[in-house]
Design a protein around this ligand. Structure first.
Ligand code: ADP
Length: 599
């Protein structure tokens, strides 16, 4: 039942993407099946009887010509459908389905990406649905065609030779049973290889994407990666062969029962009745043989297409499961809206454990960040600084405790309005294949004012003079993904661009999660200093493992193993002479040795 619903669900989607396609498919089926039935049941008999009754040659030729014209029209419609309508509407249908997948991918919880089962489902939905859409339409058209022809041929067989009907039905039952197992084996084969396909796709991405190109050339990392590919390919081969053998045996049984066995028995009965019992004339004999053969074909087609119908239903399950996944973190559109500026943040006893992790990453964090303060989160790698930032942005929800902004639990805010009060740059920020302006605004440029804002932001981050030298200036396309003349810059320059994003967004709170790690300590210090000036009156939270920048903060939080171990101004922490002072002195020493004098 669920599979039937799935097929109709898909049909509805396709109708909304392209009604034209469905109308053409329907016309093709109706005209095609009418002409076939006309030919099988009436036309041959009619011609033979014309000849037996010595009707003039010209009349016979005229009827043949009429049939030829009707058949040509039907084939013309079919050719137009398959060569013009199908390719064109496939694009519409595919883009509708991809739109749905992409939009849902944006909605699902971030934690889903860390869940292999979810990821497999996502891969399956993506991989399959485009081809499936087509297959569903073909299948439904064929089913429609076959149901009409089956009814017509059954009526003919019942009129002339009802004895053969039970034989055909018996064969149908056997074929149907075998087909179900055949389709099951095929689906099992597909399902069992999803993990392998994902691994193979990963290798494909690693080879194609520029991100990995340098490391691949300068190291031997490609060999272990390729080894994984070969292991996955071998596992896939073994599974494919195992299920392939089973599927092959089912196909053979079908061919023997339905094709050969039934064909011989049915023909034998009809010819016996014609020769010995003279039950019907030569003209009727052609109708009976044609009807019996066509009914056999239709019933086999029916078994086959219903198995495909059920197979399609199972595949659509993956797609629906993904599309209908309800994110745990929903945008509460009715929720409160935080004020635009001057927000106070407080974390009360916040703990957090990543999904599937055995231990908590953050433990009982308490913080009070007043509006306009400059906050530094410092500590060694893995201390939990980025996780804290992600909780603040509500990319994940806390496992225990609560985060409040202006005394309201952040879960009570409308998610999109809540996130809008932040401008954040992560360490692994991404540059998009879009113009410089769009990359700075992280949105479409809709007016001159937008561009001016992006320019001012780039000036503040120190990158504008470089951009101004490009032939297309702010309209230059970054990366070479979409444009051969696309622009690439150094890691440090891209970081400046990312920092400009914070300057460009008129937000209450700026968060910088080590975006400056590719810069030298002096440039980092300068950028942070710039940021403090540009963000006057705004709250700035910056994460760094370089303590030089912490001197700029009003309050420094030192983190270790998911806990805040020290807090206070730089000077207070130095006076405490604890872990912060120790780390600071060590780093100052190191930079002094390297000749970088900042402290
Ligand atoms: P920091 O920013 O201080 O370097 P993170 O917050 O990135 O630290 O990481 C803190 C801990 O959480 C690390 O042990 C890290 O392995 C773990 N961690 C980070 N992201 C995830 C994740 N998505 N799933 C599970 N564990 C994670």
């Amino acid at each position: 039942m669920k599979r039937i619903k799935n097929n109709f669900y898909m049909l509805k989607l396709m109708w909304s993407a392209s009604p034209k396609r469905l109308i053409w498919e329907l016309a093709d089926v109706l005209i095609g099946v009418s002409i076939e039935i006309l030919y099988t049941l009436f036309f041959l008999r009619f011609i033979i009887e014309c000849m037996q009754e010595s009707v003039g040659f010209k009349t016979v030729i005229f009827y043949i010509f009429l049939y030829f014209v009707a058949n040509s029209i039907s084939r013309g419609i079919n050719a137009y459908l398959k060569n013009v309508v199908v390719p064109e509407t496939n694009v519409l249908i595919q883009s509708k389905l991809m739109d749905m997948i992409y939009n849902q991918a944006l909605n699902v919880d971030l934690s889903c990406y860390e869940n292999p089962e979810f990821y497999d489902n996502y891969t399956k939905a993506n991989e399959e649905i485009l081809d499936r859409g087509n297959s569903i339409l073909e299948n439904m058209s064929s089913l429609f065609y076959i149901i009409i022809s089956t009814i017509s041929y059954t009526v003919a067989v019942l009129i002339y030779e009802p004895i053969i009907l039970p034989i055909l039905i018996l064969s149908l039952i056997v074929v149907n049973y075998v087909n179900r197992h055949y389709v099951g084996a095929k689906y099992e084969r597909y399902k069992s290889c999803v993990g392998e396909r994902r691994k193979m796709d990963y290798v494909k991405r690693v080879v194609y994407l520029q991100d990995f190109a340098k490391d691949m050339r300068l190291s031997d990392i490609f060999h272990p990666v390729l080894k994984n590919f070969h292991v996955a390919a071998e596992d896939m081969r073994v599974k494919t062969k195992k299920y392939g053998k089973t599927a092959g045996i089912y196909r053979l049984i079908n061919a023997l029962v339905a094709g050969l066995g039934v064909f011989l028995v049915v023909q034998g009965i009809i010819i016996y009745r014609y020769l010995t019992l003279h039950t019907y004339s030569l003209g009727v004999l052609t109708t009976v043989i044609n009807a019996a053969n066509s009914l056999n074909d239709s019933l086999l087609g029916l078994a086959w297409e219903s198995a495909r119908f059920s197979e399609n239903g199972a595949f659509i399950d993956n797609f629906r499961e993904f599309i209908e996944y309800k994110p745990k973190m929903v945008d509460n559109l009715e929720g409160q809206r935080p004020k635009d500026m001057g927000n106070n943040i407080s974390l009360c006893n916040v703990s957090f454990t990543y999904e599937g992790a055995k231990t908590a990453t953050l433990n009982h964090i308490n913080m009070n960040i007043s509006a306009g303060k400059k906050i530094a989160l410092v500590g060694h790698n893995g201390a939990g600084k980025s996780t804290l930032v992600k909780l603040l942005m509500r990319l994940y929800d806390v496992s225990e405790g609560e985060i409040k902004v202006d005394d309201v639990n952040i879960k009570d805010y409308c998610l999109s309005s809540y996130r809008a009060i932040f401008a954040t740059i992560f360490q692994d920020f991404k540059i998009f294949a879009a113009t410089v302006t769009e990359n700075v605004l992280l949105a479409e440029r809709t007016s001159e004012a937008d561009e001016k804002r992006a320019i001012e932001a780039l000036k503040a981050s120190g990158l504008y003079s470089k951009i101004d030298n490009f032939p297309n200036k702010m309209n230059s396309i970054l990366t070479k993904e979409f444009d051969d003349d696309g622009i690439s810059m150094s890691g440090g320059e891209f970081q400046k661009l990312a920092i400009a994003r914070v300057f460009a967004k008129n937000c209450s709170i700026a968060i910088l999660d080590e975006p400056s790690s590719a810069l030298d300590p002096i440039s980092e210090y300068e950028i942070f200093e710039n940021m403090m000036q540009a963000c006057e009156g705004k709250t700035v939270i910056f994460v760094s493992h370089r303590l030089s920048s912490a001197t700029l903060a009003d309050v420094v939080y030192m983190m270790e193993n998911g806990e805040i171990i020290e807090q206070g101004s730089h000077q207070e922490l130095m006076n405490q002479n604890g872990k912060y002072a120790e780390m600071f002195s060590k780093q100052a020493e190191k930079y002094r040795e390297e000749g970088v004098l900042w402290a």
